[in-house]
Design a binder for this molecule. Structure first.
Ligand SMILES: [Cu+2]
Length: 262
């Protein structure tokens, strides 16, 4: 009996020791609404954006590209290794300079190498999308890209306003995922691309994670309470469940930019 109690206590300890906040892959650039041709200064980072705690090591992504009017434009050769600083540590991340000339939607996709999470003894792979638009012309932000798993936006992701809502559909192998669990975070410490560092927190992170559950059609909605970059991570929804003999959580992540109506 004593032994059993010990075991139970041990399990409780393990579970309570889990971090309250999720990991998020960030595909970040300062300006997502462009007027003129530009070279985007982009960063690929793996961290805890709301808590703004430790930054995690990121291996070179397996894929990095954008989709413009249905065409995939590879950007992996533009990716350079950097160190990214958080308030607690620094870790490997990536920078890329991406030229944008034509008007329309640029949908960026990062497919990272699965990350081994020691605390849980599992691999995590977050297939991540973010959006840039030039000249306000819509050219397909609402289209699925045919990724293994992805969140398809139901609101224009570069033009969401505080006090309105954002909805998305969670897809795995192109099919809606009923009841998907979605963790929601904003980038609390604004990224400083000159210093390659997160800034100071703008708000106090809530004591536990913000979560939405998708309905039977795989749709979720969230009311946007503050301007900034909001990330949505549907956990473990991807079709691949195993990597190197261990459990794989293949997640779909989407980033949107919300602003205040003035
Ligand atoms: Cu973490």
């Amino acid at each position: 009996m004593k032994k059993l109690l010990f075991l139970v206590a041990g399990f409780l300890f393990i579970f309570s020791a889990q971090p309250a906040f999720a990991h998020f892959v960030l595909v970040y650039t300062d300006q997502v609404k462009l007027e003129k041709p530009a070279t985007l200064d982009m960063r690929l980072i793996f961290g805890h954006p709301l808590e703004n705690s430790n930054v995690m090591e990121m291996a070179k992504p397996l894929e990095f590209y954008y989709v413009f009017k249905g065409k995939k434009v590879d950007q992996l050769s533009a990716v350079k290794s950097i160190k990214w600083k958080g308030p607690q540590n620094s870790a490997s991340a990536y920078a890329a300079q991406v030229k944008v000339r034509r008007n329309g939607d640029y949908i960026f996709v990062c497919v990272p190498e699965p990350y081994y999470e020691k605390n849980e003894d599992i691999y995590i792979q977050q297939i991540t999308k973010s959006f840039v638009n030039k000249a306000g012309m819509p050219t397909g932000w609402e289209e699925p890209l045919g990724l293994k798993t992805e969140i398809v936006p139901l609101n224009k992701p570069t033009n969401v306003f505080v006090g309105s809502t954002f909805s998305g559909v969670v897809l795995s192998d192109g099919k809606p995922v009923a009841g998907a669990e979605i963790e929601i975070e904003m980038i609390n410490g604004l990224p400083n691309l000159k210093k390659n560092a997160f800034g100071k927190n703008q708000i106090e992170a809530p004591a536990s994670s913000i979560v939405a559950i998708a309905d039977a059609q795989g749709v979720f909605t969230f009311g946007i309470p503050k301007a900034g970059d909001w990330g949505f991570a549907a956990l473990g929804v991807g079709p691949e469940k195993e990597y190197k003999g261990k459990e794989l959580s293949q997640d779909a992540v989407i980033w949107i930019r919300a602003s205040e109506l003035k």
